[in-house]
Design a binder for this molecule. Structure first.
Ligand code: SF4
Ligand code: MG
Length: 324
């Protein structure tokens, strides 16, 4: 297994109290596999990713338990310099907002080239050639000329391609993409997502795709993990989820996907808001919003029930949910 997250716990200590952002998350990704991690903002999906990348080790975020095994080694037990090596060459992250992740005063060629100068000890000239090659790989037209341009001279979609090129530069085993297409137009979203999926296959990388939008993952993900209030509430192969969700929250997410044949109809939205992480409801954290909630849901935390060998649901009534 390329990456295994085991019982991860993350807390945020603030003046107002302790927020339990991640509360016992387990998931894994293999080489060549795409795991989509789904949830609303505040579900813990980004925080989990930041813990994996090791960019959470600054207060107020604190990892209070669990393991993150990368190629068999626990990242949480590594010294900072070992960790930095893994972060540089073993894994890379793509963020939603390319404009604030790229340096505005450096040409994209210099930024891409920097990776090869710093990590591969290449000359400036060779690094520049590599930068052009990478821009070609992510299908930026006229790469040889545009390599001299600055981030603001590119469209949002093209900038996101540059982010993908940066992430690919050192051929990492794992890429984590956090809402990589959320800021883009729908048509551009699909193009960027297709490109990412294609490169992931070509390089046989593991890909963790973090999104709030179940609509974008159908064609690219192998498996889905749905998060709510810092826990995984359903995990399954992507096709199983689309056929029949085994958790009412997943059902709500599915029903909120805009569909072409439903044009004009009002979009379904899950009622209510995600909980305050400093005050997570007892029992099933989803119960205040759940159309299927019973008394037991208000008192007993549902474990991740085994629905099948490849599928789990943290709902006391997963059978009823499956039956629709
Ligand atoms: Fe709804 Fe109860 Fe299932 Fe939670 S455990 S999702 S409240 S039915
Ligand atoms: Mg986020």
């Amino acid at each position: 297994m390329l990456l295994e997250v085991r019982d991860l716990q993350v807390e945020f200590h603030t003046r107002d109290g302790v927020a339990k952002a991640v509360n016992g998350v387990n998931y894994s990704v293999d080489a060549g596999e795409t795991l989509a991690v789904l949830g609303e903002s505040g579900s813990g999906k980004s925080v989990t990713a930041q813990a994996i990348m090791g960019i959470l080790d600054i207060p107020p975020g604190k990892i209070t338990g669990g393991e993150i095994l990368f190629q068999g080694e626990d990242l949480l037990k590594m010294k900072e310099d070992e960790r930095r090596k893994v972060r540089g060459a073993g894994m890379a992250m793509i963020f939603q907002d390319a404009l604030s992740s790229l340096n505005p005063v450096l040409s994209v060629g210099d930024q891409l080239g920097e990776m090869f100068v710093v990590h591969r000890g290449m000359s400036r000239k060779d690094a520049r050639a590599k930068a052009v090659e990478l821009m070609d790989r992510v299908r930026i037209p006229a790469a040889a000329e545009r390599v001299r341009q600055y981030p603001h001279q590119f469209s949002g979609g093209m900038r996101q391609r540059i982010m993908i090129a940066m992430a690919l530069a050192l051929e990492p085993a794992l890429i984590i993409a956090d809402e990589p297409t959320t800021a883009l137009d729908v048509t551009v979203q699909a193009q960027v997502m297709d490109l990412l999926a294609e490169l992931q296959r070509e390089y046989n990388m593991g890909l963790i795709l973090i999104t709030h939008d179940l609509g974008v993952v159908a064609d690219v993900a192998d498996r889905i993990a749905v998060m709510y209030a810092g826990r995984i509430v359903e995990t399954a192969p992507v096709h199983d989820i689309y056929k029949a969700p085994a958790h009412p929250y997943t059902r709500g997410l599915l029903d909120s996907i805009p569909r072409l044949d439903h044009k004009g109809l009002e979009l379904y939205a899950i009622k209510g808001l995600p909980p305050n992480l400093m005050d997570i409801p007892p029992g099933c954290a989803f119960h205040p919003r759940c159309p299927m909630a019973q008394d037991v849901c208000r008192t007993d935390v549902p474990p991740l029930y085994e629905v099948s060998e490849t599928r789990g649901s943290a709902c006391h009534f997963w059978r009823e949910c499956l039956d629709g």
